[in-house]
Design a binder for this molecule. Structure first.
Ligand code: ADP
Ligand code: MG
Length: 699
């Protein structure tokens, strides 16, 4: 049995102009709220509710209540205090309340005279002498002709200029009765509704728009009411289905089978000064198995900072080379791309594999030469920034794209990469490396289009980084530590942060700190690296630090990802309270890369908020990236963690990944079921929640 819609999903195709009172001009304003069809309006849900279903006795009011009250005016006076105001005292026999108006007309004043009966709605607060409502909504009522109260909770919708609550409520009121007859299509299969005890769509929508007076307000405010959860479930399901469909599209394409006889990889691994960890070996195996398939791999490798993702990427690259194909390795910053290039050249050139380097700043003849080498296939491995996939760049026979620190990309960017690397009928394999550990449930929501491998083991011999949290008033002590560490022949980072997103200001701060530290440490060689330096200067500064030429490196957060200098054992982070936990964990991961004991000093500027203190403590007490990510998720929500501000990923209308985490497993299973058993529902479901798809993971 199945709840297949008998009628066509009418409301999805009806423009809002079909409603009474919606002309072209008003329709355009509604469009600014994303409302185009009648169905959109139904899915435009209240932010909160007001209870106007009963008149509260004045004697029962408390500070902070929001209530409907009614009473008779006893006195009305204009008083001249700090601000002129009209004070109106009403009484209902149980108590009294003052209404305060800072702005009022003569007519208002005349109307609000002794004996008038008023129905008011507003928030109650403690005034100088008694409880007050400031600028309440009010209307005059006749004692002998009582006006009814609302019979439902009053919804408060997200609105925009030119679209008032009242008009939106009016529109919804027009549409709700039609839910009964025309019914928006129920897209969730009946067996699913039953299994998870979800209310049907029409009932859920009617409830959230107009909850009954006895509705559990707290549950509604928290978004945990079954009616809301049912909608969140459907939305999460739509996203999940859409990602799986994208994945299916890509997986249906053909890709070159890569691998060869493995001789190159063996030589590479034997040449390393260490053996792979169990986790690295396992993930290598997973990747090799994917690359051996005639369909594109779509694999995300998650591994904590320092877990050794680069070698795993290199092994994959060699598999491509052995399979007779080119590989491209893309990093998010020039700095990181340069470092990868150095690593890959050092590893691969001795094996006879030619590596090339391409970034936006490579110009003129050098650039032409690299582009030519990529196009004619002499460059087997190309490392670079996103410049690798610019319009004029062509690969001869690209078989694999490796993307490092993927969390900055959305799903559509992943797809674009894919298209770009396509050649003839063959698509490249894709390997994505990220150091931002994402809790499993969240990963399966955000990355449902990918297979996930986890490197859940650090190379042996690492000593955990000891972390301390100190106020910046102890800066002198911190500087003493820097001196001591450098005296032992070790190196240190000093990271400057600013709350401003402005890169220019960050760089200024780093320059200023650099100047001070050079002055304070006349006997130390102090380097500086920030995003505004010329690339050659930046490179020179990094190279000097890597070679031990400079002992202390002052930097902005540009060094966040990937930089690898095992001799550095001290990390100072200024204004640590301003950064996300995941980012701090990344920064801290720059030390503790060798056998020596390492330290991280999180300096903060007092006073700390409770949350800030809690967050820094998490970092102090744990070195486990997954645990830290989970805590960060709990404390701050998923946006920061996934870098979704940039990618627009996981921008849900109703669902909240954190709140709805208990649903995610079920949603994943339901998505599989739906695609297998009711494939016809997938398209309308995705359209309902994601529109044409640009909202999701767009750039
Ligand atoms: P990340 O996962 O953060 O990108 P890297 O790939 O930069 O980590 O590796 C961190 C450091 O650990 C590098 O110096 C690398 O050479 C080293 N390394 C990687 N794998 C191992 C291993 N199995 N044993 C010892 N050291 C390793
Ligand atoms: Mg790395």
């Amino acid at each position: 049995m199945d709840a297949s819609p008998e009628r066509p999903p009418d409301l999805a195709s009806q423009p809002l102009t079909r409603l009474k009172g919606v002309g072209e001009a008003f329709a355009r304003r509604l469009e600014r709220l994303g409302l185009v069809t009648v169905q959109d309006l139904l899915f435009h849900l209240p932010l909160r509710y007001e209870d106007r279903t009963r008149v509260r006795p004045l004697g029962s009011l408390r500070h902070g209540d929001t209530a409907v009250v009614e009473g008779e005016v006893e006195v009305a006076d204009v008083v001249f205090g700090r601000r002129r105001s009209l004070l109106v005292r009403i009484n209902d026999g149980t108590g009294f309340l003052t209404l305060r108006f800072f702005y009022f007309t003569g007519a208002q004043k005349t109307a609000l005279t002794r004996g008038a009966r008023l129905r008011c709605y507003g928030e109650v607060r403690q005034g100088p002498h008694a409880l007050e409502m400031v600028h309440p909504e009010y209307r005059k009522v006749a004692a002998d002709a009582p006006i009814p109260v609302e019979d439902r909770l009053t919804p408060v919708y997200p609105v925009t200029e030119g679209v008032t609550q009242a008009r939106l409520r009016g529109l919804v009121d027009q549409v709700l009765p039609r839910l009964e007859q025309e019914a928006v299509a129920e897209l969730l299969p009946l067996e699913l509704l039953r299994r998870y005890r979800l209310p049907p769509l029409a009932a859920a929508l009617a409830y959230v728009h107009r909850p009954p007076p006895d509705a559990p307000l707290e549950e509604l405010a928290a978004g945990r009411h079954p009616a809301q959860q049912r909608l969140a479930f459907e939305e999460l399901l739509a996203h999940q289905v859409s990602l799986r469909q994208l994945r299916a599209v890509v997986r249906a394409r053909r890709a070159p089978v890569l691998g060869g006889d493995g001789a190159l990889r063996r030589r590479f691994l034997e040449g390393l000064p260490f053996t792979l960890t169990g986790a690295q070996a396992r993930v290598n195996g997973e990747i090799a198995a994917d690359l051996g398939q005639p369909h594109p791999m779509l694999r995300l490798v998650q591994g904590d900072v320092g877990s050794g993702k680069t070698v795993v990427a290199a092994a994959a690259v060699l598999a491509a080379v052995e399979g007779g194909r080119q590989a491209a390795v893309m990093a998010p910053t020039e700095l990181l791309a340069e470092q990868h290039f150095r690593n890959f050249s050092a590893w691969l050139e001795p094996l006879g594999v030619a590596c090339a380097w391409l970034s936006g700043r490579l110009k003129g003849k050098a650039r032409e030469a690299v582009i030519a080498a990529m196009a004619d296939g002499t460059a087997r491995v190309v490392v670079g920034t996103h410049a690798l996939f610019q319009a004029e760049v062509r690969f001869a026979d690209l078989g694999l794209v490796v993307v490092d620190e993927q969390h900055r990309f959305g799903v559509h960017q992943r797809l674009a990469l894919h298209e770009k690397g396509k050649r003839g009928r063959l698509s490249p394999h894709q390997l994505i490396m990220t150091a931002t550990p994402i809790p499993r449930t969240l990963a399966q929501t955000a990355y449902a289009d990918l297979d996930v491998s986890v490197i859940d083991e650090l190379p042996p011999g690492r000593t955990p980084v000891t972390t301390v949290v100190v106020p910046d008033t102890r800066r002198e002590e911190v500087m003493e530590r820097v001196r001591a560490v450098c005296r032992e022949g070790r190196q240190a980072y000093w990271v400057c942060t600013l709350i401003e997103e402005s890169e220019a200001l960050q760089c200024q701060a780093a320059e200023e700190t650099h100047r001070q530290l050079v002055e304070s440490f006349p006997d130390l060689r102090v380097g500086l690296v920030h995003g505004r330096m010329k690339p050659a200067e930046k490179e020179a500064a990094m190279a000097a630090f890597q070679a031990g030429g400079t002992q202390l490196l002052v930097a902005t957060t540009v060094i966040e990802v990937g930089v690898d200098v095992p001799n550095a054992t001290l990390m100072i982070i200024e204004n640590a309270e301003r950064l996300g936990l995941a980012q701090l964990h990344q920064l801290r991961g720059r030390v503790g890369r060798g056998a020596a004991a390492s330290h991280c000093v999180l300096m903060y500027h007092a006073p700390l908020t409770g949350t800030a203190r809690e967050r820094l403590q998490v970092l102090r007490d744990s070195g486990d990236g997954f645990l830290i990510a989970r805590k960060d998720l709990e404390i701050r929500g998923p946006g920061e963690l996934l870098g979704t501000r940039q990618t627009g990923m996981l921008n849900f209308r109703i669902a909240d990944v954190l709140r709805d985490r208990p649903l995610l497993d079920r949603v994943a299973r339901a998505a599989g079921d739906l695609l297998a058993r009711h494939p016809d529902r997938a398209a309308p479901l995705v359209r309902r929640w994601l529109g044409d798809g640009t909202r999701y993971g767009g750039v």
